[in-house]
Design a protein around this ligand. Structure first.
Ligand code: ASP
Length: 335
């Protein structure tokens, strides 16, 4: 894998490979010494043009646990706010010999531009671009669903037959888009539920069922109910009358949560608007996967960085997929 730009073009084999390597990475994260020497000497740049908390620190933790050097570059307070172009920023990173660039950008397509422009030779990981895609979020969501559903028997499995319903602000959500493509590739059945104003105009080419009634979707008892954040910062018009109205019709309220089958897991990519799209009872219940998603995010991002930077055929000693990294040397290295 050279770059990770989207899930729309990610094939099943590569997706399963990332999820399976993430299983190995998760195994290493349960040890006392969490750090692996795998990416020692590599430099990962976190290039964030949009605010982020969990994604940035998750990529940072993932890179550091693989012993890479991490440079955090946030657009605020940098020369980007003085008008420097993406090209100039990229060329600066190239001159600093970055091996991987993790980019979050407000413009859909910016990561692809970076990857295909010839400005840099680094591998590019999309950490969210506009309303387009957020591939590592979808991968960590798929990982979380697979783990909850199949437990220790997860490895090598896809999500055939698993029913996932994604609810809310689909229009502005790169999380929804990345999930639609990835979950479909992995064999899941995906349904979208949203107010008509928050469904993208042309979803006819998407492999999903679209509905507008959350009570019906709840009664249908999907395996996973994924609530999305209302992305107020991307809204330039009134898409629903009031927050109260939104919550009444499209929120996971205590009543709807009570009506949901025990077996349905409740997901949210964060940050949550408690009381708007999700009630506290649901967010904090054992059926919520919210914190698992955060934990799994580190393992999935470790897997993505590893597959991008350690190459297709890493030396056996560096390969966590074939080596549990507990050899004395590596243990020593890891301290
Ligand atoms: N954190 C996710 C994203 O960056 C979801 C959200 O912001 O609502 O897209």
């Amino acid at each position: 894998m050279r770059h990770l730009l989207d899930t729309r073009t990610l094939d099943r084999a590569d997706a399963l490979r990332i999820l399976d390597v993430a299983e190995d990475m998760a195994g290493t994260q349960r040890r006392e010494v969490k750090k692996l020497p795998t990416l020692r000497g590599k430099t990962v740049v976190n290039l964030f043009f949009e605010d982020s908390t969990r994604t940035r620190i998750s990529f940072e933790a993932a890179a550091k646990r693989l012993s890479a050097d991490v440079i955090n570059f946030s657009a605020k307070g940098s020369s980007v706010s003085k008008g420097e172009s993406l090209q100039d920023t990229a060329q600066t990173l190239q001159a600093m010999a970055a091996d991987a660039v993790v980019i979050r950008h407000g413009a859909s397509g910016a990561p692809r531009t970076l990857a295909t422009s010839g400005w840099i030779s680094a591998g590019v990981l999309n950490a969210g671009d506009g309303t387009h895609e957020h591939p590592t979020q979808a991968l960590l969501d798929a990982y979380t669903i697979r783990k909850r559903r199949f437990g220790d028997a997860s490895r090598g499995r896809d999500l055939s037959g698993v029913r996932v319903t994604i609810v809310g602000d689909i229009l502005h959500s790169r999380v929804a888009r990345s999930n639609v493509w990835l979950l479909h590739t992995l064999g899941a059945k995906v349904a979208l539920v949203a107010p008509p104003t928050l469904v993208p105009q042309d979803v006819s080419g998407w492999p999903v069922q679209v509905g507008y009634d959350l009570d019906e979707a709840v009664a249908d008892g999907p395996d996973a109910l994924m609530m999305l954040r209302i992305q107020a910062e991307r809204m330039n018009a009134a898409y629903f009358p009031t927050e109260r109205e939104y919550s009444r019709h499209w929120g996971l309220t205590p009543e709807r949560f009570a009506a949901l089958p025990e077996s349905t897991m409740v997901m949210h990519p964060g940050p949550m608007n408690r009381g708007l799209e999700i009630c506290a009872q649901a967010a904090d219940s054992p059926r919520s996967t919210v914190l698992d998603q955060v934990t799994n995010g580190v393992s999935v991002r470790m897997a993505a960085l590893y597959l991008l930077l350690a190459g297709e055929r890493p030396a056996p000693a560096d390969d966590p997929a074939t080596n549990d990294a507990t050899t004395p040397n590596q243990k020593e290295d890891a301290r």
